[in-house]
Design a protein around this ligand. Structure first.
Ligand code: AMP
Ligand code: ZN
Length: 467
């Protein structure tokens, strides 16, 4: 089966065809680094990671770029409210630069604990100011901008397909007018490309010189500028959470296609929210649960990964400790099963069972159906037909997508056999593999004389010391 992905542009599952055969250019919107990521944010990054692992599993080479939003932006998507970075700095008595570095490090720590493969390129908005200025210059040249006393705006009325991906209606666009306060804006949906350090932004801490005056870039422009800097002007895949569809990604498309004058991204994928008591997880108040909240309560970060894998990325996932505990049980059973298989298989080298491998591939290639993929894993582990070695080989292979670090699980703690008994035990594994039952019986007797009882189970041979 070919890889199919649900494309937000068309609202359909489409066969994935890379622009350059065998290669994928992949951009995902990264964290705003003024606070810790909450476990809802982390669900979005686990989704990116699963997508990337599936692309790799299909033999594709992936160049993954992710940004850190470290320029201060407003707390609302509509360029209003407080500056997030400055708010963080005031709260913590640090400089905005220290705040950014601290939360970048904290984010990377979570990435490591969740076994997320880091993006090939992680870039900071503040290190790409020139790219952003160059892109605004292109938009200006293409007649898509206008200047007010507060900044340079994107003129959405000049961009024919504005809001196409989000399927924004005229009503949606008018709705923006109610929250709009900048009277100089021609249209409520027009958005800032470059803000001047005037008025309420007079003392903005992060600011740079530009052809239009001293100021700082708008939020959306950084993703258009950095993605094209690293991946070129035509990208295979762009991802983010569903909240990005109506504003951030709508504006990214307007800027990029307005500048390049052609389609920019082929496949847009968006992940659903993690919800808490029917609310969205927020970066403040009691709803703010971080990975550290979980580890402080004794949860393994990979159990959270397993919890997320159990729900399809386009479905809402309801978080409660009760729900998480359910996943923890499943995760612990998996660890225990793998541990047993490791001691039973004794490092047997086994080929991958092709039909099960295909079933797993079909599941993940059907728009990342991870719940189904986990069901295939459990069918393999619980089945009667495969040997311990065959099961383990499949589990390790599947883990390339699941990312549960199954290879790191230690063998079942059984105590150790002395070297001579271990050698006899290993010989017996080989004898049974070769169906030399006479030899395996002889070895069993020898081990019994040494006080070790060997049992043959459906998952291979197990030993225990006779008391
Ligand atoms: P931010 O750091 O606020 O820019 O958010 C980082 C990512 O997390 C974005 O892709 C958001 O769409 C996503 N996100 C925010 N809240 C949630 C949530 N409750 N559940 C899942 N994803 C979320
Ligand atoms: Zn973005």
């Amino acid at each position: 089966m070919t890889l199919k992905l649900f494309n937000t542009l068309t609202r359909k599952k489409e066969e994935f065809k890379p622009i350059k055969p065998g290669h994928v250019g992949f951009y995902s919107c990264g964290p705003t680094v003024y606070n810790f990521a909450h476990i809802g944010n982390l669900r979005a990054y686990l989704f990116n990671d699963t997508l990337k692992r599936i692309l790799l599993f299909n033999g594709l080479k992936v160049k993954h770029v992710m940004n850190y939003t470290d320029v201060g932006h407003m707390t609302s998507d509509e360029d209003e409210g407080d500056d997030k970075m400055e708010k963080g700095a005031r709260r913590e008595g640090k400089t905005v630069w220290e705040v950014a570095q601290f939360y970048i490090d904290a984010f990377n720590h979570d990435v490591e604990l969740l076994n997320i493969i880091p993006a090939n390129i992680r870039c900071r908005a503040t290190e790409h100011i020139k790219d952003q200025i160059d892109l605004i210059t292109k938009l200006e040249r293409n007649g898509l901008t206008y200047k007010t006393s507060t900044g340079v705006y994107f003129d959405t009325s000049k961009f024919e397909d504005y809001g196409k991906m989000a399927r924004l209606s005229l009503d949606d666009l008018k709705a923006g007018a109610r929250i709009d306060v900048d009277e100089e804006k021609k249209h409520p949906r027009d958005f800032l490309l470059w803000a001047f350090t005037v008025g309420k932004n007079k003392n903005h801490i992060m600011h740079w010189d530009s052809p239009w005056g001293d100021g700082f870039p708008g939020w959306h422009i950084e993703c258009s500028a950095m993605s094209s800097h690293y991946l070129g002007e035509h990208i295979d895949i762009h991802t983010g959470g569903i909240d990005h569809i109506p504003v951030h990604h709508t504006n990214e498309i307007a800027q990029s296609e307005g500048a390049f004058q052609h389609q920019w991204v082929n496949y847009w994928l968006h992940s659903e929210f993690l919800i808490l008591d029917k609310d969205k997880m927020a970066k403040s108040g009691e709803n703010f649960i971080t990975l550290k909240t979980l580890t402080d309560k004794g949860y393994d970060p990979l159990a959270y990964r397993y919890f997320c894998l159990n729900t399809h990325y386009r479905m809402k996932l309801s978080f409660s400790f009760e729900n998480l505990d359910g996943a923890v049980n499943g995760y612990n059973n998996l660890i225990q099963k793998v541990r047993e298989l490791k001691s039973q298989s004794q490092g047997e080298q086994i080929q991958i069972n092709a039909p099960y491998h295909q079933q797993f591939l079909d599941a993940v290639n059907d728009d990342l159906n991870t719940p189904k993929a986990l069901a295939v894993l459990w069918t393999v582990l619980k089945g009667e037909k495969l040997s311990a070695g065959e099961k383990l080989a499949l589990a390790n292979k599947f883990d390339e997508v699941l990312g549960l670090r199954l290879a790191d699980i230690k063998q079942e703690e059984q105590g150790e056999l002395d070297a001579e008994s271990q050698a006899l035990f290993n010989q017996r594994v080989l004898a049974r593999k070769n169906k030399d039952f006479k030899e395996s019986d002889r070895l069993r007797d020898l081990l019994k004389e040494k006080g070790i009882l060997v049992e043959d189970t459906k998952d291979g041979q197990k030993w225990k010391k006779l008391s």
